[in-house]
Design a protein around this ligand. Structure first.
Ligand code: HAM
Length: 425
């Protein structure tokens, strides 16, 4: 049976290359490690919510595009439900219900799997993981700058540089002003934003036709984008990033407006500089969403971003930034005599309790076959019991030591520590 279109299988390395579109679990973990480490280094705390939510959470204010892409159904209790297509409404719900227990600003991150019934294309699947970092309860532009700096540092942690990507900064306020100066029909503002959001992907004739229906001209809209005069709020954000030495990573670009309906102030998206991929991440301010989701009970400003794993993994592969994933096996215990199995199991247990990764043959097997298996698994050491002692072999140097079994773990751990120290110096 095949997997559903747009969904992915993640396999341990080495991932078979014979089949199309298999994904590496090691690469996924590599990305997740960077996400978590950098988010924590910025003082963000991790949270999560359920993958299935009430449909209404998304129809309130995510915008039509995302609602069309929902995986939704009626559950056995006759509830209208949807798999989460994004995390922000869940976060708004969690904040509305629990914010009293937390000092402001609240800085939270999450790494949910999200589901959108999208037309599949490069960088677009029907499921993806997304790093979400959000700050709630802070209106100061310093928070917007912090968000952009966090994006930059996550991408740098994965080896990307200012040669590889740029964060395009824009402002919903600037676009709102543009719209209001030319149209009195505020109900059409979201339609207008969505046309602008798609300008780079849509046929210009189609965009022009859609804009004309709202009373706008494509050429004038393009001119506004080209001028790119930064608003005061964007100037503050750029100055803040420049002070950190991160000015090279950002530029003002009104071509970004964000498709989702809830954004209010500064918005941003990161792109690869060659323009070969879809957005790596996107976000901005959404100062009214918590209010809306809480039915007016809680009013807190908020901002944040989502960074997907699909485009990011494709970009890392294209820039040759996927590390070689080593095998994590520390020790393979050889059981050459079945009479040694009980004592060997005791040793295996001891080593695992010291957090070493240990494997062995579950069934009787010839000694040379076991040794071959240890090599195939990339074990760093083999150990075998021999007349009450343990023979420890370091596979790459071929060094052999005879130690008391209870000394093995200490020896391996000390050697790893001194090796790590030597590498640092
Ligand atoms: P978004 O722009 O819809 O924003 O998604 C953010 C990122 O998730 C995109 O830039 C892209 O990398 C990735 N992504 C989105 N859809 C797909 C897909 N179908 N397949 C693969 N990757 C995808 C949001 O979701 C906002 N809720 C982000 C946010 C958080 N805003 C404030 N806080």
């Amino acid at each position: 049976m095949d997997r559903l279109p747009g969904f992915r299988d993640f396999l341990p390395e080495p991932v078979p290359t014979s089949k199309e579109d298999l994904w590496s679990m090691d690469l996924r973990n590599h990305i997740f490690d960077a996400w978590r480490q950098v988010a924590e280094s910025y003082g963000f705390r991790e949270y999560d919510g359920p993958p299935l939510e009430a449909l209404e959470l998304y129809t309130v204010k995510s915008g039509d595009e995302i609602v069309e892409q929902l995986f939704n159904f009626t559950d056995k209790g006759n509830r209208e439900v949807a798999l989460r297509p994004e995390m922000t409404p869940t976060l708004a719900r969690l904040i509305a219900a629990n914010e009293r227990g937390y000092k402001k600003p609240i800085k939270w991150f999450s790494m949910p799997q999200l589901f959108r019934y999208e037309r599949q294309s490069k960088g677009r699947k029907r499921e993806h993981f997304q790093l979400n970092c959000d700050i709630v309860g802070e209106t100061d532009r310093a928070a917007d700058a912090e968000m952009v700096a966090l994006i930059i540092d996550v991408l740098r942690a994965l080896g990307l540089t200012s040669e590889d990507f740029v964060v395009r900064l824009s402002s919903r306020d600037a676009w709102q002003k543009y719209f209001e100066e030319r149209s009195s029909d505020s109900e059409k503002a979201t339609d207008f934003y969505q046309i602008v959001d798609k300008l780079e992907r849509e046929d210009p004739e189609v965009s022009d036709k859609k804009l004309k229906e709202l009373g706008f001209e494509l050429a004038a809209v393009q001119d506004f984008i080209k001028q790119g005069n930064p608003t005061d709020e964007l100037k503050i954000i750029i100055d803040n990033l420049t002070a950190r030495g991160l000015g090279d990573f950002v530029k003002i670009d009104y071509g970004v407006i964000r498709g989702l309906a809830y954004y209010t102030g500064p918005v941003f998206e990161a792109f690869d500089k060659k323009g070969a991929f879809r957005a790596i991440c996107g976000g901005g301010r959404y100062d009214h969403l918590v209010n809306l989701v809480s039915g007016g009970k809680v009013d807190l400003p908020a901002l944040g971003f989502g960074m997907g794993d699909v485009v990011l993994a494709e970009l890392l592969k294209a820039r040759d930034l996927v590390p070689e994933f080593g095998d994590d096996l520390d020790v393979f215990v050889l059981i050459e005599e079945e009479s040694e199995r009980p004592a060997s199991l005791g040793l295996i247990q001891q080593l695992r309790e010291r957090s070493l990764n240990v494997d062995y043959s579950l069934t009787p097997m010839k000694g040379n076959k076991q040794f071959k298996r240890a090599q195939e698994l990339g074990a760093e050491y083999t150990v075998r019991l021999d007349r009450g002692l343990a023979v420890l072999k370091h596979l790459s140097s071929r060094e052999e030591l005879r130690l008391a079994p209870e000394e093995i773990a200490d020896h391996i751990i000390e050697r790893a520590l001194s090796q790590a120290e030597a590498e640092q110096n």
